[in-house]
Design a protein around this ligand. Structure first.
Ligand code: B1M
Length: 210
């Protein structure tokens, strides 16, 4: 079995204790960190999601797979994040109200940070009020980033964008993303930018504030 297959299997089975070691072994064998992330981990989470949808697994299995993925990403992080030595300003990021998914949001935060932003990560289930309060506390903010993974939290994302815009606060751009989000949806709710994945979120973030 290849190291990538072993990583995929460990994530799917939620083997939190061994995943770190497997990732380290793959890195030691010079497997590209992005390949480990995309093929070993993100692809596996899609399989987990599909099995959940089909009723083959349930929330606890999805949760332990997520824990294993988080652990693997921790080990991978130093190899994925570049060392930006200039600050592009502050980015406030969070998963919108009602949304508890944070793996993708964490990857986006990591990539935006490595692109040169100071990141304030508000976590999951973040209300519009908390976003606005944090923007007020950080007048240097250049970017506000909303993540949503559920079709049922799309309205919360729309409300968050609308509330931040209606607050009259200025000096920053809004970027949105997450599995159910499209460019068309981002345009519809008035976001300044959209990115389909963590890598392009970092690129778009820089373009938005240029
Ligand atoms: Co949830 N879940 N989940 N879940 N879960 C999905 C999203 C689902 C698609 C599974 C399925 O049915 N196939 C489905 C949503 C269906 C829908 O809305 N149409 C679903 C469901 C239904 C649910 C619950 C309702 C289940 C239940 O309780 N009955 C529940 C809701 C909880 C809540 O949020 N209120 C729930 C719970 C959970 C867990 C807690 C068990 C766990 C999350 C743990 C955690 O995050 N800490 C979980 C998981 C793990 C998943 C799947 C399997 C994996 C998500 C993931 O981490 N993917 C997921 C199925 C799937 O995605 N295929 C599923 C890997 C990650 C790297 O990708 O998050 O897409 P992703 O992030 C990408 C891009 O989307 C993008 O970049 C990231 C990296 O490249 N991106 C951005 C994300 N945010 C961005 C922001 C940007 C730009 C890009 O700019 C700001």
């Amino acid at each position: 079995m290849s190291k990538l297959e072993a990583i995929a299997q460990a994530i799917e089975a939620g083997k939190v204790k061994i995943i770190g070691g497997l990732v380290e072994e793959a890195l030691a064998e010079n497997v590209d960190p992005l390949t480990i992330l995309n093929q070993g981990m993100i692809q596996t989470m899609s399989i987990v999601g599909e099995k959940f949808k089909q009723g083959d697994i349930f929330v606890p299995e999805m949760l332990i797979a997520a824990k294993a993925m988080k652990k693997g990403v921790e080990v991978l992080k130093p190899r994925l994040a570049g060392q930006a030595n200039i600050s592009l300003g502050t980015c406030i990021i969070g998963s919108v109200a009602g949304d508890l998914h944070d793996i993708g949001k964490n990857l986006v935060a990591m990539m935006i940070e490595s692109a040169g932003f100071e990141v304030i990560d508000l976590g999951v289930d973040v209300s519009s009020e908390t976003f606005i309060k944090t923007i007020k506390e950080h007048p240097e903010v250049r970017l506000v980033a909303f993540s949503a993974l559920l079709t049922t939290t799309l309205p919360a994302m729309q409300s968050a964008v609308a509330a931040v815009k209606a607050s009259g606060l200025q000096g920053f751009k809004i970027i949105v993303g997450g599995a159910p989000i499209t460019q068309a949806y981002a345009d519809q709710i008035g976001a300044d930018g959209y990115a389909p994945d963590a890598g392009s979120a970092a690129v778009t973030a820089k373009q938005l504030i240029a």
